[in-house]
Design a protein around this ligand. Structure first.
Ligand code: ATP
Length: 305
């Protein structure tokens, strides 16, 4: 058992495709999504704490403002779930160093939960396989299992039934961030409202996208990016349509709202084009702040123990 504690680095994601089926009787939508893990990371540290001190959570980092430190935080819920399953102590000090935007459609909370599962597996030497960790992750939220494995994967069901996707090459992203998040349930609600009169087909993975990823053809990937929640996110936050347009005008290969938004992800040809686009977006005045990242990257991984 490590006495010093464990640090796990855990990535953000973008959805290269997000196909949303009709609202099911369980209140959830069946989705088909293609996830890519990208190089914006939170670091999750876990140390043993004094006996009977319980689980405490502290925060630092550029995006930690306003993140809950109680049981609402997915990191604490993950720690409690792991403790309950494997009869481990909950006397733990968790620290999150956050760089992933909050409520930005980039699965920051899910990433932290995945980080805690991987960290506790290491700290207590539980010896879980990746599949076992993903099964535990699925109990915490639909995006959590993907953050364990990272890379590129197809998610079905609620997004939690994963199949690894064959993808070659590295993809460069410019992310237009908003200082105010969008609520995922609100965006799904708006999507249902906008599609009320339409017949919605079951969601299907895009063959064109999968072939483009296999061919490492960034141009074709850019053209194949789709998100069924994009119109709803733009309806709730009309400024996003302008952000998408500005990025396309400045030569992005593809532009998409990430997940439920409001982050907008632009695919670019290489690092230099990314820098040019980041400068242009900032100068345009329509974007609060920008970040650059590449993918695919690994999932939650121990970087120090
Ligand atoms: P997704 O893409 O999975 O819909 P998101 O990136 O839009 O997620 P999160 O960053 O996970 O959203 O945050 C959504 C809400 O969850 C926040 O407003 C916050 O109150 C809560 N939350 C719980 N745990 C965390 C965490 N560890 N980090 C950030 N937010 C968290």
């Amino acid at each position: 058992m490590s006495t010093r504690g464990v640090i796990v680095r855990t990535p953000a994601k973008v959805n290269l495709q997000l196909a949303v089926g009709p609202l099911g009787s369980d209140g959830f939508h069946e989705v088909t999504t293609v996830f890519q893990a990208i190089s914006l990371f939170d670091d999750v540290s876990i140390k043993f704490a004094k006996e009977n001190s319980g689980t405490t959570l502290t925060l630092s980092g550029a995006t930690s403002n306003g993140v809950p430190v109680d049981d609402e935080n997915l990191a604490i819920r993950a720690a409690k779930l792991m403790a309950e399953k494997f009869e481990l102590t909950t006397d733990l000090a968790i620290h999150l160093k956050k760089e992933i935007p909050v409520a930005g459609g980039m699965a920051g909370g899910s990433a932290d939960a995945a980080g805690v599962i991987v960290a506790m597996d290491s700290l207590f030497e539980v010896g879980l396989s990746r599949d076992e960790m993903e099964a535990i992750a699925a109990q915490l939220g639909s995006d959590v299992p993907f953050m364990i494995s990272g890379g590129t994967a197809i998610g079905q069901g609620h997004g939690d039934q994963l199949t690894a996707a064959l993808s070659r090459g590295t993809y460069h992203w410019v992310l237009a961030l908003s200082s105010v998040g969008l609520s995922t349930p609100a965006v799904y609600g708006e999507c249902d409202r906008m599609r009320a009169e339409l017949e919605i087909a079951p969601p299907q993975v895009s063959d064109v996208l999968m072939q483009s990823l296999l061919a490492a053809d960034a141009d074709a990937v850019g053209r194949a990016l789709t998100n069924d929640l994009q119109n709803a996110a733009c309806s709730l936050r009309p400024a996003l349509s302008l952000v998408l347009e500005v990025g396309r005008d400045y030569g992005a290969l593809g532009a998409i709202v990430s997940g439920s938004g409001p982050t907008v992800a632009f695919l670019v040809a290489d690092e230099d084009s990314g820098l040019d686009l980041a400068v242009a977006l900032t100068a345009s005045g329509v974007v609060g702040s920008v970040a650059r990242a590449h993918g695919p990257v690994h999932g939650a991984k121990v970087i120090s123990n």
